[in-house]
Design a protein around this ligand. Structure first.
Ligand code: KG4
Ligand code: ZN
Length: 343
């Protein structure tokens, strides 16, 4: 392939790892279009994501979503410089739809294919928010599958300071939502309910060990389940909103605290964040206040770019493009990818 890297390449990003079919176009870090089609409403009826339904929905939507992304960006496909696509982690069938589409696109146009790790995409969302953002910085990652505080030394070099030992923060939100009879995905519903309550229900400590960064969400989830069951068995009244508020503050305050500690320990002056849980308004307010108090610059992706989207995949695609990291057309989908790959 004849390839000359450009300063501000036009990159098409495609995401299909779960229930969102998304496509976006960036020129350098400038976001030109950002499209999404979701099968979440269909999935909600089943209380979670049904892989087969997700794959079918992607297959039906991908063509149209990509066409819309190109049209709204005012770009012809022949002008693209690369195609970035999520190759993992996620549902294999769902990933394969986006990946196969992207391969065909890249091959047909004779441009590079860039396979993107979905979580790296979440981490790269902040680059679109602030075009001058460069490492080093501390990132709070909180999604449905991961919760960690990371130190980004270079665009492609991370150190995990610590994270969850069991459930991820988003997973805990989804499980607690079920206990509170709220629909899937639980996070936004728990957040809305928590706004009507007070954090007065005692919750267990989140931190494991002394002074470290590792936390456990499994104990917190069990505490919520036990509280609700005990109240119901005794026939006592209890407030769903107070439980939601108590759970939310216990689950999120620790993340804010550990992020600021991470910045202090590594002498980083900038903090970023990524992942679905970062769309939580309570967390955003607390993180903003804590960073301001500690004199840290906070680059927070918009709520739309915290939950799954293709702009973040294009953004990580740009990081890889600049490093010259391209993928072969034999690239396969991967159901799981370690947070930091050992080379
Ligand atoms: O990053 P994401 O969209 O998908 C993964 O890569 O995992 O994260 C989804 C997770 C779900 O567990 C969802 O309940 C949670 O993020 N989430 C929230 C909020 N919005 C989404 N959790 C708390 N508050 C929210 N507003
Ligand atoms: Zn995600």
């Amino acid at each position: 392939m004849n390839f000359t890297p450009k300063e501000n390449p036009l990159i098409l990003g495609i995401e299909s790892s779960c229930d969102e079919t998304a496509a976006a176009v960036i020129r350098g870090r400038e976001l030109l279009s950002d499209e999404i089609a979701s099968s979440a409403a269909t999935q909600a009826k089943f209380g979670g994501v049904v892989p087969e339904i997700a794959s079918r929905a992607h297959a039906e939507a991908v063509d149209e979503v990509v066409a819309r992304a190109l049209k709204n960006a005012g770009v012809k496909k022949e002008e693209l410089d690369a195609v970035a696509v999520t190759y993992g982690a996620g549902l294999l069938g769902a990933l394969l739809v986006g990946l196969s589409f992207a391969k065909g696109f890249a091959y047909g146009l004779g441009i590079p294919l860039i396979g993107v790790d979905h979580i790296r995409g979440h981490l790269a969302a902040a680059y679109l928010e602030d075009v001058s953002l460069e490492p080093p910085f501390i990132t709070l990652l909180a999604s449905g599958g991961h919760t960690a505080v990371l130190y980004t030394e270079r665009a492609d070099r991370f150190r995990v300071l610590g994270g969850t030992l069991d459930d991820a923060a988003g997973e805990a939100f989804d499980k607690v939502a079920r206990v509170l009879s709220l629909p899937y995905p639980g996070g936004p519903h728990v957040e809305a309910l928590a706004r009507e309550g007070k954090a007065v229900v005692p919750m267990p400590k989140m931190l494991k060990g002394h002074g470290g960064y590792d936390f456990s969400y499994s104990g917190l989830k069990t505490a919520v389940i036990n509280y609700v069951h005990t109240k119901e068995q005794r026939g006592e009244t209890w407030s769903r909103a107070d439980v939601a508020a108590s759970f939310q503050s216990a689950a999120l305050d620790i993340l804010v605290q550990k992020t600021v500690e991470g910045a202090r320990e590594t002498c980083a002056s900038v903090v970023t964040a990524g992942g679905g849980v970062i769309a939580n308004g309570y967390l955003r307010e607390k993180l903003t206040a804590a960073c301001a108090e500690a004199g840290l610059k906070l680059v927070l992706p918009s709520k739309k770019h915290c939950t799954d989207n293709a702009a973040m995949i294009a953004s990580e695609g740009l990081v890889q493009y600049r490093l010259g990291n391209f993928s072969p057309l034999t690239l396969n989908a991967e159901a799981s990818i370690p947070l930091v790959r050992q080379h």
